[in-house]
Design a protein around this ligand. Structure first.
Ligand code: PLP
Length: 459
């Protein structure tokens, strides 16, 4: 028999205490932080769900790799280990290390971007969009319609709309589209996966117009596992084989190793085109470092190489995907509205439906984020009108499309009982939602205001 209980597929050798605070203490701490959890000291947080980026727990073998790191400036042994680990999954010819995903994006789009250029994607992640727009080019989202409906369940809500892609290419002209991207899983769209069929169809369209297809591969292993679970014909394939097939349709990839390489820093750019690789390497040398370390230490390359081995382990992925799903399903059973179905790396509470009496101008997502901290020391993040709201000429708020609260789950960091605790706190916040008030902004920076804004609760 296959046991029903899914356990953490690891033992814990080294522990990091988390600090308990009382509700009274948290009330003061949150007030001092201007009711913005970004401004809290991490040490005052019990369970930190701000991001899954760079927050993974490394394995004993990764830490051993840290000691093995070869810090030679050129030709480091650790680089070749890293290169071969990335190559095993992507089969790409040129592997260029960078210090983060956005550094890979910066280099790629500096070379291929510029005014008059267009870059379609299922949904661009904010750093990708920013790096494209910084060159004067346009970043375009062509997400499938079902992906825009938070309350609807479907298997692959991260898919690209293939018909729209072809129409887009015809409208803008293939010569103005240096590459097309697909983000797996679709981070900005709730961590929803993309099907193999969709990647294959996108490739066919791109090939017809001679446009290279790139993967934003940050969560390639989580995406591959969803394909194994949900797409016909993949049940008996290994996650590594599925990942290899995903990359076989791509001509290049950018990756933040802070996600599915299970490390705290790192990234890479993978390419097949020799000339493009040469241009990117030249820029890498100016901005990141020599091509065999690219902004990282030799020890970091070791940790990435080992992390890429571990992340395709199916016991790990089962624990990962199922514990996020468990959290999502339990709070849905309790009545909490979320983006359905639960994604790979995070649960997104739909604040608009949870707090219908708090209008967007009073930031319902921020209100829930604050209450999660006050009630249980949990740090989540608002993804709504605080983050994406704009003002019209009269200073009136133009709200974001959705008001969400994201709870991103760090990899291998929390156990089942942490998740059960989260469920209890979230349900308590939900059941006492009548008392939740809106907030007003008392200070904001002209750009990226969500990081440093200060708030006050409304009476
Ligand atoms: C995190 C992320 C990036 C950027 O990577 P950094 O390492 O944070 O620079 C790009 N795309 C997606 C989908 C991401 O999740």
């Amino acid at each position: 028999m296959k046991p029903k209980t899914i356990i953490e597929p690891f033992k814990i050798k080294s522990v990091e205490p988390i600090r308990f605070t009382t509700r009274e203490e948290r009330e003061k701490l949150l007030k001092d932080a201007g009711y913005n959890p970004f401004m809290l000291y991490a040490d005052d947080v019990l369970i930190d769900l701000l991001t899954d980026s760079g927050t993974s727990a490394m394995s004993a073998k990764q830490w051993a790799g840290i000691m093995e790191g070869d810090e030679s400036y050129a030709g480091s042994k650790s680089f070749y280990k890293f290169e071969s680990a990335v190559n095993k999954i992507t089969h790409m010819k040129h592997i260029i290390p960078t210090h983060q995903g956005r550094a890979a994006e910066k280099i790629l789009f500096s070379v291929v971007g510029g005014p008059g250029k267009y870059f379609p994607n299922n949904t661009h992640f904010d750093t990708t969009r920013a790096n494209i727009e910084f060159t004067g080019a346009e970043a375009n989202d062509l997400l499938t319609e079902i992906g825009k409906q938070p309350e609807k369940r479907a298997d692959f809500k991260g898919n690209m709309d293939i018909e729209k892609l072809e129409a887009f290419i015809n409208e803008k002209g293939f010569e103005n589209i240096p590459l097309c991207m697909i983000t797996v899983t679709n981070n900005s769209g709730g961590g929803q996966p993309v099907s193999m069929q969709n990647i294959r169809e996108a490739k066919e369209v791109c090939k017809k117009y001679n446009i290279p297809l790139f993967l934003d591969a940050c969560r390639f292993a989580e995406n591959a596992y969803f394909i194994k679970l949900r797409e016909k014909g993949y049940q008996d394939k290994s996650v590594l084989e599925i990942a290899q097939e995903m990359f076989s349709y791509a001509d290049g990839a950018t990756m933040s190793a802070k996600k599915d390489a299970l490390v705290n820093i790192g990234g890479f750019l993978a390419l097949n085109d020799d000339e493009l690789a040469m241009k990117c390497r030249n820029l890498l040398i100016v901005t990141e470092g020599f091509p065999t370390y690219g902004g990282l230490a030799g020890r970091d390359l070791e940790a990435v190489a080992q992390g890429l081995e571990e992340v395709v382990d199916e016991h790990y992925l089962e624990y990962r995907i199922k514990s996020v799903e468990y959290l999502g399903n339990k709070i849905v059973e309790g009545g909490v509205p979320i983006i359905e179905p639960p994604g790979g790396h995070a649960i997104y509470i739909d604040a608009k439906r949870l707090l219908p009496n708090v209008p967007p101008e009073q930031y319902p997502g921020q209100s829930i984020v604050c209450e999660l901290y006050l009630e249980g020391g949990i740090r989540a993040v608002e993804i709504g009108s605080v983050m994406f709201g704009k003002y019209d000429d009269n200073g009136k708020l133009i709200p974001a499309m959705m008001e969400l609260v994201r709870m991103a789950i760090p990899r291998r960091v929390y156990t089942q009982s942490h998740i059960d605790y989260l469920i209890e706190i979230i349900l308590e916040v939900f059941n006492t939602r009548e008392k939740l008030k809106g907030y007003k902004i008392t200070y904001e920076a002209p750009m990226l205001r969500h990081f440093t804004a200060r708030f006050e609760p409304l009476k």
